[in-house]
Design a protein around this ligand. Sequence first.
Ligand code: C2E
Ligand code: MG
Ligand code: MG
Length: 372
Amino acid sequence: MREGDTFARMGGDEFVAVFVDLQDKHDSVTLITRLLDVASRQVQLGDLKLNVSASVGVSFYPQPDEADADQLLRQADQAMYHAKLAGKNRYHLFDAEHDRNLRLRNETVERVRQALANQEFVLHYQPQVNLRAGKVIGVEALIRWQHPEKGLLPPGRFLPDIEGHEVSLALGEWVLETALQQVENWADAGLDLPVCVNVSAYQLQQPDFSARLATRLHSHPKVPRHHLELEVLETTALDELDSVADVIRECAAMGVGFALDDFGTGYSSLTYLKRLPAQVLKVDQSFVRDMLDDPEDLAIVEGVLGLARAFGRRVVAEGAETPAHCRLLVQIGCDLAQGYGIARPMPSAEVHTWVANWPPNPDWLASPHVQL
Ligand code: C2E
Ligand code: MG
Ligand code: MG
């Protein structure tokens, strides 16, 4: 120990060392290795040669969040436990950043659970249209969190934090139920509108996924089966392609369609295309958005159209942000589209009026199909 450092016995075989004035974390490593070294020296007791080893857990102060002495001790204790598990006679540094992220994640999971109970989630709906025919073909349900303090939160603000957690399954079930109920309400109001629902890979890979879906559809007899389409992210690592393909087939047998979302952004797009019998490819919005000025993005969109033709799939372009995007899409033979240039996602109450008034002045209607 250096002058000014403190060494104390907490009880039993637990000791605490306090090192002050470290320039950076690495300074502590020298001191800690010295401690470990000293502790592991053999002790001669009469005829006996005794070997002990120490496990050291380290926490640092200051931290991003204020921490008191008790917390520092708890963190060090937790880190020591890691060191023990990792094989003893070693040290482990407590990672405040990691711990903070973990805590935030747990908080979000807990808040989402409450929010579900408090009915703070809503679905907005974004129209999908056939540009050439000037027809609305359906809507995509997109979740929002009407947070009491933070306002309306987009899914990117909370879905990643609950990914793979059991609460995400409950939320996924809520989305399906709400969307089906909405289709039924629209049907009652004389509006015949298919809905696309995003499902997470985790949800899709639950062993009882199609059975639960069947039960759910059963409780909505007024919803035609082909009025439901499920979208799964092409970028998510679907570990079991074969079982996912089975689920897609089981859903198809019920009349429920599938789309590969954000198509083209994953590293195994072609494998997915070949192995997953999804009827629709949603070409990712990044390609569509930039295709007006980036010939490579345009080439990708055309490439996906060609692949879809060859494999007998339909293409829906996401991210048609302006009338110019819509015009070009029609010209290259991509008639189905979704994007801000057509409509932004809207609350369910606005959908009926929107559908009744679309298209306003379709200058892309009957655009010639050109070979670029
Ligand atoms: P996504 O399924 O690819 O949905 C399209 C996203 O692009 C939506 O964002 C939509 O608002 C946005 N968008 C639509 N048109 C345009 C456009 O022209 N330009 C631009 N820049 N963006 C456009 P949102 O609602 O924030 O959703 C983001 C993602 O969150 C969705 O991407 C989907 O992956 C996920 N998500 C949304 N709702 C659900 C849900 O209920 N369950 C699950 N598992 N995921 C969901
Ligand atoms: Mg989607
Ligand atoms: Mg997408």
